[in-house]
Design a protein around this ligand. Structure first.
Ligand code: G6P
Ligand code: ZN
Length: 572
């Protein structure tokens, strides 16, 4: 078929507020649907990419399937063709998880990717839309690029668009050409490249045998009506032999079936309830675009900080790490310190970075980081440059497989809870919790942060002693700061990344303002207390942290006084 297109110029004017945040541009669909709004942003991306690289390049396009993605994809085809892109690889039905896109960019040496997702934010006509650009390493564009894109959006006057470029059927694997093959759209399988990569990391046969030899092992995966629905059956059932009936909410929906596709204790209540009732041995979920994960054991919550620590300490169970070794481990600053106990014992380099996945990418590209994680349900490794929900879930299946090499149903099997408890008895336990105070007015939230930062700046906190209201322990402040990160690879400096108070026993209190909220300010307070006493390893988290929480909320920050809030909106 000989399709052809011509380039037409659309005159336009800038829209305010097109500054990409931590994970791209996220806006209400209603705003994005305004004429030229999205076109302006997409053209601004292409304006920033060097013309010689753009010419004939391959760009990957796909997203989490939320409302307005389909229209956005056609628009991207038109603007990409007019700007000299040679080939677009688009996921079947426009669906590609964020980790799969990262894998495809790397596998196919693409110039980059345009990812259509607002991650775990609700979707639908009244929900959010999101768009972000990833680089040729498969990772999110650094700030220098996102700032340049933003700058373009503030002065844009023209959008270049190709006439006659439209792919009616994105549901069939197919190739479409225009202008004698100068522009090609290839509809690719959403899972193929990603599954091939996972097979080089894990021992799929081993996991399959574990599942087969333990018919009583029950598993539940909740795709939360997000994009991983398109991967669930292929990976868990076809590849790993887990019954399809164990997979729920696996039909990607434009509004996530009215839900909030964020795998945590608040937004995945049904899964949490089933796990608390003891219905399954392993429960797991991932978010709208498939980069976050939550893994649960029977009547047992694994906080994400422990999850990455257990994965790292069991690295030999995972062929990819067993073969290549651990180059280094890293966590974001507010994530519990559990991971560095592992790094210390294994004697591997350890990095503490600010919140945000992009900080891990440089370390990975420099070959100094293998496994990393964040408290916000993000876990991943250097196999790609995004966090990876399904990867984390398979890590746990692989670890279960490893710990159960010599068990079968007659003997029972080593459970997730036992694996985590073994970890605590070897490394000690970091009791950890995060309190979120959402939708606070910006002024009081900032006043509270200022009250804490003044105590840090004046150094009055160092050496100060607090007596725990419930454990009667003396907590003495060893150090405190406003966290600043110097990237060891590109030497860039990121300041004001959270207020950090560290006590002489290693306990930590951290205060941060969220970088992802959409209305007002969200204050996050993180509590981390380390225990090694065998008699103290199995306590209730909130009870165990009561004194530290009181010191943080009442004695140091006066949170209630500043914000008027008595209770957090979310406790993790
Ligand atoms: C996104 C990023 C994560 C980051 C999180 C922090 O999900 O991808 O890397 O941890 O935002 O959100 P916050 O609201 O705490 O700034
Ligand atoms: Zn996400």
């Amino acid at each position: 078929m000989t399709n052809s297109f011509e380039v037409k110029i659309i005159e336009t004017k800038p829209f305010e507020g097109q500054k990409p945040g931590t994970s791209g541009l996220r806006k209400r669909v209603t705003e994005v649907m305004k004429e030229n709004y999205l076109g302006n942003f997409v053209q601004s991306i292409f304006n920033v990419l060097p013309e010689d690289k753009l010419k004939g390049s391959t760009i990957v396009v796909g997203g989490d399937g939320r409302y307005y993605n389909k229209e956005a994809i056609q628009l991207i085809f038109q603007i990409a063709a007019a700007n000299g892109v040679g080939k677009i690889l688009v996921g079947k039905n426009g669906l590609l998880s964020t980790p799969a896109i990262s894998a495809i960019v790397r596998a196919r040496s693409a110039l980059g990717a345009i990812i259509l997702t607002a991650s775990h934010n609700p979707g639908g006509p009244k929900g959010d839309f999101g768009i972000k650009y990833n680089m040729s390493n498969g990772g999110p564009a650094p700030e220098s690029i996102t700032n340049a894109i933003y700058k373009q959006t503030t002065s844009i006057t023209q959008i270049k668009s190709a006439t006659n470029v439209h792919v009616n059927d994105l549901g069939t694997l197919s190739t479409h050409q225009w202008n004698d093959g100068k522009f090609i759209v290839e509809v690719i399988d959403s899972a193929d490249d990603y599954v091939s990569l996972l097979k080089t990391i894990f021992d799929f046969d081993g996991i399959r045998n574990f599942v087969k030899n333990h018919p009583s092992f029950t598993f539940n995966f909740d795709a939360m009506s997000g994009v991983t629905g398109a991967y669930g059956k292929r990976i868990f059932t076809d590849e790993l032999g887990i019954p399809e009936s164990s997979l729920i909410n696996c039909i990607p929906s434009e509004d996530f079936n009215g839900g909030h596709p964020d795998p945590n204790l608040t937004y995945a209540p049904l899964l949490v309830k089933k796990m608390n009732n003891g219905e399954f041995d392993m429960g797991c979920a991932s978010d709208g675009d498939g980069d976050r994960n939550m893994v649960l054991g029977k009547r047992f919550f694994i906080n994400p900080s422990d999850s990455v620590a257990v994965i790292a300490s069991n690295y030999k169970a995972i062929p990819y790490f067993n073969k290549g070794g651990l180059k280094g481990l890293a966590r974001s600053m507010p994530t519990s310190a559990a991971l560095e106990r592992v790094a210390t014992q294994l004697n591997v380099p350890f990095f503490e970075v600010p919140t945000g996945w992009k900080f891990f990418g440089n370390l990975m590209d420099a070959g100094t980081l293998s496994i990393c994680g964040e408290e916000s349900f993000g876990t991943g490794s250097d196999h790609i440059r995004e966090k990876d929900g399904i990867w984390a879930i398979i890590c746990w299946l692989q670890i279960l497989t490893h710990h159960n090499q010599s068990t079968n149903d007659d003997k029972g099997f080593v459970s997730i809870e036992e694996i985590v408890k073994q970890h605590w008895s070897k490394y000690g336990r970091n009791y950890y919790s995060r309190y979120d105070y959402e939708e606070i007015d910006t002024a009081p939230a900032e006043a509270m942060m200022k009250h804490v930062s003044q105590q840090i700046d004046s150094k009055e906190l160092v050496g100060k002693k607090f007596t725990g209201i419930s454990d009667h322990i003396t907590y003495e402040v060893a150090s405190c700061d406003d966290f600043e990160y110097k990237d060891p690879i590109d030497h860039s400096v990121s300041s004001h990344q959270g207020l950090r108070i560290i006590f002489t026993d290693g306990s930590r209190i951290i205060y941060r303002l969220s970088g992802t909220g959409s209305t007002g300010a969200t204050v996050r307070v993180y509590f981390d207390k380390y225990e090694t006493q065998p008699s103290q390893l199995n306590n209730d988290v909130q009870t165990h942290l009561k004194s530290l929480i009181h010191i943080a909320l009442v004695e140091i920050s006066k949170l209630n006084h500043y914000t008027g809030r008595n209770e957090p909106s979310v406790i993790t």
